[in-house]
Structures are given as C-alpha cells and as structure tokens.
Design a protein around this ligand. Structure first.
Ligand SMILES: [Zn+2]
Length: 215
C-alpha cells in the first residue's frame, strides 16, 4: 500500500472506518479497521463511536497484539487482524464489518458461490468460516483458513472480513460482498436457484480484472 507518514496512515484508518460506519456496515459500534504499520499494525480502538474517532485514537500494536506504549485499547478483534498480517503477505489492510445482508447469510453459515462475476473482486467464491467466539484466537485461525486464496470471508453468526493491498481496496471488497449477499438472499427468497459460473469463466474474469482494470 502507499506508505505515508504515521499521521497520514492514522487519518486513513479513521476515514475508512467512518466510511464503513456511514455505509451502515457497523451497527452498535461493531466492526473494525486496520493497516500494517512498521512491524505491526494501526487498528481502530475499542468502544469508541466512529463519528467521534480521531487519528490519535488509532492504536498501534505489534503482531502479537501488544499495545504500543501510551496507546489506548485496541479493538477486541485484534487477534484476527494480527493473525492475518502474520500469515498473508498480500494483506496490507483489513476491514471487518457486520454489514446486514452478509451478516444475515453468515447466520445461516453459508458463503457466497460464484453466481455473479463481481465475486472475482474477492478472489472467487466467499467461504463462511467456522463459528468461534468473537475476539478469540480460534476465530482468527478459522478466519485465516476461510480466507485462503481469497480476499474476503464470512464469519459464522458474526460478519465479514475483507483484506487487500490498501484500506480503500479492502472497504470496496467489503461493500461488494454486502451487495452480492443482498442479491444472493433475493434469489433464495424468490425460491430461485442461481446459475453458478464455472472455474474457467471465473479465471477469465480474474484475468480481465488484472489486465484491464476493475469493472
Ligand atoms: Zn465483529
């Protein structure tokens, strides 16, 4: 991702967290946002309303979750952020939402099949990670498994994780997952069986995304 000053990166974390909240993806102060910074990460704080969040509230942690001296309390979901950064070299930013439609689907413990080509933004079909209690290492391990080869996963009975090379990219993927979840739920509600795009077609779409830009 673009490497800015610490102040610029803190401001970017707040900007993306507030955009996530304004999109309605973070009810009841849920969700969290982070980006890699030095050998650790900058992550949104625990329990602070997004509208009041300032750059100085963003918490610097190392990849074991230890808080940088003098900082506040990191989001309770820090374990999956640090586990993703330890295991996914391609992840420079993580956006975690409780966006309504994708979260509803996660409560059925179902992922999103490749029923629309835009799912290529997430690297292919979106898996639903096995359930574990929020804030636990077990949840982090389940999430990393579901994210294998992908840039998004659902968390059972919980929400969505999106990762990318930039904060804005991760938010875009989280928004597309919410959009696709709405379409998928509409199909299910109508009793319609979606036609699934095969691997060869998804590979063509991925190639076009890579070579000609998105959309
Ligand atoms: Zn959550």
């Amino acid at each position: 991702m673009h490497v800015g000053t610490e102040a610029q990166m803190r401001a970017a974390v707040v900007r993306v967290a507030q955009a996530m909240d304004q999109a309605g993806f973070a009810p009841s102060k849920s969700g969290n946002v982070s980006c890699r910074y030095r050998d650790g990460a900058l992550i949104t704080p625990s329990g602070l309303p997004y509208a009041r969040m300032q750059a100085d509230d963003v918490v610097e942690i190392d990849l074991q979750g230890r808080v940088h001296a003098g900082a506040g309390k990191p989001s309770s979901e820090w374990p999956f952020h640090t586990t993703i950064y330890r295991t996914r070299a391609d992840a420079q930013a993580v956006v975690h939402t409780h966006s309504p439609k994708a979260t509803a689907l996660s409560c059925a413990r179902r992922g999103l099949p490749a029923f629309h080509y835009m799912i290529a933004l997430a690297g292919g079909d979106v898996r639903c990670a096995d359930y574990a209690t929020f804030g636990t290492q077990e949840l982090a391990d389940n999430a990393v498994r579901a994210l294998h080869g992908r840039k998004a996963a659902l968390l059972a009975n919980h929400g969505v994780i999106a990762i990318d090379a930039t904060l804005d990219g991760a938010l875009t993927i989280a928004a597309e997952v919410e959009n696709l979840a709405g379409q998928y739920l509409a199909l299910l509600q109508a009793g319609l069986e979606p036609a699934i795009l095969d691997d060869a077609e998804m590979a063509r779409v991925a190639d076009k995304f890579a070579n000609y830009g998105k959309l």
